[in-house]
Design a protein around this ligand. Sequence first.
Ligand code: UP6
Length: 255
Amino acid sequence: SHNLSFEQRLSMIRNKVGRRLLEIVLKKQSNLAVAADVTTSQELLSIASQVGPHICVLKTHVDIIEDWNETVCEQLVHLAKSHQFLIFEDRKFADIGNTVELQFTGGIFHISQWADIVNAHIIAGPGTIQALRKASEHCGILLLAQMSSKGNLAVEEYTQKAIQFAKQYEDAVFGFISMGCIGEPNFIYFTPGVKLEKGGDSLGQQYTDPKTVIGIQKSDIAIVGRGIIHASDRKEAALTYQKACWDAYVQRIGK
Ligand code: UP6
């Protein structure tokens, strides 16, 4: 099923953010997401403007930014609009619904106000998803069905449960964090742990290259962090990854 093109799958996606994502992917010919794991707002904004033209999604961990404020947020949203990418706050919500609602809307980050995409673990049950869906209509949800790190517990029945939850909340959940395509074409698959050089880090990360992730494991969107963030020329690196990921997609669907 997953040799369908993004064009063919667009109308199959129930959630509006999911459809908007595929429109951006097609328009920019980019199925690359960059994980902007840096600790200052200046670096975050500079990455967003450097890689902006080459990505469909910028993935943030807003709680690692030491000087986050509303102006930074406005600037990031402005960059997202002008370069046409979606902002994915990788918060990995995992608590009971009531707490998740507070974490999503409140605190100092007010994630629900600016994130286009957020993700959630399924460990606490469907209440987590219900809270996110209730608190924001404009934000699409991804469920963690698998992980890239060594020894993670998101396997087998756990993965199947995530698929089941996604089907149950298909209006709000439009895809997964997974190591490849694990289900139907009406969902979008995002894969982290992607790098041109195989290997890992000293804390359990495991890398797979874009060709394997998109071409063989049939994922849709490759999430690249340090492969781009640690490059001497981030813009150039983003272009290299954009091409590698897009070529793998084009080859897979046989165009
Ligand atoms: N991430 C993973 N693996 C997962 C889920 N999420 O690596 O299973 C996230 C990390 C990080 C990014 O939180 O932001 O993807 C990977 O970054 P890297 O390419 O620098 O390893």
